[in-house]
Design a protein around this ligand. Structure first.
Ligand code: PBG
Length: 309
């Protein structure tokens, strides 16, 4: 069929490059006749390192440049951490493949302590995520949360310099970069509900490139796709960006999908939770249902107050 060249737009961080190379290898495995090249570039989210992400605002900080490259014909697909992918795509673009999910949990990383429970009173925990912050503050109001930016290696270096007693990172990033040895505990979703799409890699391309969409099909993982679909439907209904205190996590048991959702106030004083079980074919309506439950409990007011700041 096709011996075309597929160019993958990717960020330059170690994790992004790993993910792009993973997609490259999977594409070549499925279609040995293809040529697959990487087009690395830096994004706004990579360049602004001194400001908490929640303050910069805007959706898709980490993906806009990749989309511009595709629309200018410099790349054919973009590989993203699903966690960083906003609800809406630019005109003409869409998500056409979701690869198998890695471990979706948050990881507790420390050189001194084994778990959140073991941290002493007032210990300093690094995270730049409002979602992690509100849940940790709710479990342990005595802890001090300090902002922590940068790619995975930068964050670990800041921990090693002694700026924090512990930091929270996505387990998936550490596992992919072969640093799972740094993980002291996988944080249970009852303590920290993961972010929408955490641990999953998605592929974006033009909606009108039928040949390319066909080539991506073998890379799609339908279990992951259903779960992420439900999580994203919840986020869409809440109008959530990626820098908001929203958690959403679905599991699939046979054809029963179980979705949990959470919205919290950044100080951890309010944690709204909801859940829903249903058939996997109803992934989207399950997501919408959980969002509606959260809105009924007051999620709209919490999110509105944040967007105003
Ligand atoms: N926001 C940055 C980001 N985007 C994806 C991951 C980790 C890998 C993943 O969730 O797929 C991370 C780092 C982190 O949160 O620790």
């Amino acid at each position: 069929m096709s011996d075309r060249v597929i160019r993958i737009a990717t960020r330059k961080s170690a994790l992004a490059m790993w993910q792009a190379e993973y997609v490259q290898a999977k594409l070549l495995e499925a279609h040995p006749q293809l040529k697959v090249e990487l087009v690395p570039m830096s994004t706004q989210g990579d360049r602004i390192l001194d400001t908490p992400l929640a303050k910069i605002g805007g959706k898709g900080l980490f993906i806009k440049e990749l989309e511009v490259a595709m629309s200018e014909g410099r790349a054919d697909i973009a590989v993203h951490s699903m966690k960083d992918v906003p609800v809406d795509f630019p005109e003409g673009f869409g998500l056409h493949c979701i690869c198998e999910r890695e471990n979706p949990y948050d990881a507790f990383v420390s050189n001194t302590y084994a778990s959140i429970e073991e941290l002493p009173q007032g210990a300093i925990v690094g995270t730049s995520s409002l979602r992690r912050q509100c849940q940790i503050r709710s479990a342990r109001p005595d802890l001090t949360i300090r902002d922590l930016r940068g790619n995975v290696n930068t964050r670990l270096a800041k921990l090693d310099e002694g700026q924090y007693d512990a930091i929270i990172l996505a387990a998936a990033g550490l596992i992919r970069l072969e640093m799972q040895g740094r993980i002291k505990t996988y944080i249970e979703p009852t303590v920290s509900l993961p972010a929408v799409g955490q641990g999953a890699v998605g592929i974006e391309c033009r909606n009108d490139d039928a040949e390319l969409i066909e080539l991506l099909k073998p890379l799609n993982h339908s279990n992951t796709e259903s779960r992420v679909k439900a999580e994203r439907a919840m986020n869409a209904k809440l109008n959530g960006g990626c820098q908001v205190p929203i958690g959403s996590y679905a599991v699939l048991n046979g054809d029963e999908l179980y979705l949990r959702g959470l919205v919290g106030s950044p100080d951890g004083s309010v944690l709204l939770q909801a859940e829903k079980r249903g058939n996997v074919n109803d992934a989207i309506s399950i997501g919408v249902d959980v969002a509606e439950q959260l809105l009924e409990k007051g999620a709209g007011e919490i999110l509105q107050a944040l967007y105003k700041d």
